[in-house]
Design a protein around this ligand. Sequence first.
Ligand code: CP
Ligand code: NVA
Length: 302
Amino acid sequence: MTARHFLTLDDLTGDELAALLRRAAELRAAHHAGTLHEPLRGRVLGMIFEKASTRTRVSFEAGMAQLGGSAIFLSPRDSQLGRGEPIEDTARVLSSMVDAVMIRTFGHDNVERFAAASSVPVINGLTDDHHPCQLLADLQTWQAHVGDPAGRTVAWMGDGNNMCRSWMQAAEKLGFELRIGCPAAYAPADLDRFSASRHCDDPAEAVANADLVATDVWASMGMEDETNDRMQAFLPYQVDAGLMAGAADEALFMHCLPAHRGEEVTAEVIDGPRSVVWEEAENRLHAQKALLEWLLAGDHRG
Ligand code: CP
Ligand code: NVA
C-alpha cells in the first residue's frame, strides 16, 4: 500500500475535501460536547519544525492526544537534520518508527523529497509555497458561516505568498472566485494557470462586494530582510474599515495569524464584528484531526 500524502490541497479530490470538511465539523461538535473519540490509540505523529509555530504545533500535538495517539516534536537545532543528515535518510528512518510525519520547512521541494522517501503519510505544515492545513481550517470556518462557497468571492489582500497559493488551489476546487489585491511585483508567478483567480492592482477593485476578505503578514518567515521594502509596497493594501466597507455587507474577515495590527490589518477590523480569526484558529485543531483520522484510519487505505 502506498501512503497518501497531504502536501497541497491538490492531493485531495473535490469529494475527499468535502468529506474531510464535513468530518471536521462533526469532530468540532464532538469535542465541544466532551465526547471521547480515540481511533488513533498507540499511533505516533513525528513533527519536524524548521520554522517557528504556535498554532500548528499545538493543534497537531493536542489533536493526536485527543485521538488517542501521541506526537514527537523535532527541530533542526536538536536533531541530525540540522547537521546535514539527508532528508531521504531521515524520511526512511522516521517512517519506520512513526505512523505519519508533519513537516514545516522552507523550500516546498523539501516536503516532496521527504514524501518520496517516506513509507508513511507526510503532511505539509507550511512551506514557502503552500499552507494547506490552514486552508482546511479556513474552509471549515467559511462553510460554517455561509454553507457552500461555490459562486462566492474571496478578496486576498497583500502578499502573493504561501497562503495565497493555497487559496488559489481552493478556489479551483470549490468553484469560488479569488481576487488577489497586491502590487504586480508580488503577485504569484503562475497565476495564469488558475482560471478562478485574478490579480487586481487596485485594492478597492479586489474587495468590491467580496464575501470574504483575507490577508496575512507582509513579510513571511524567511523574508525578514525584505521587511522595509514590503512595508512600503503593501501599505495601500492594508485591510482597514474603509476597505471592508467596499466588501459585501456581511463579508467576513480572515487571517491565519500571527497578525501585525497596524500593518496588514487594523485592530478595528481584526478585533471587530466581521472577524472570524479565533474560530479560524480553533478549527486548525478540528480540521487536522479529520485529516489525521482520514490519513491513518480512512477507508482509502484499503
Ligand atoms: N497560522 C499558523 O500556521 O500559525 P503558526 O505559525 O502559529 O503555526
Ligand atoms: N505567510 C506566513 C504564514 C504564517 C502562518 C509565513 O509563511 O510566515
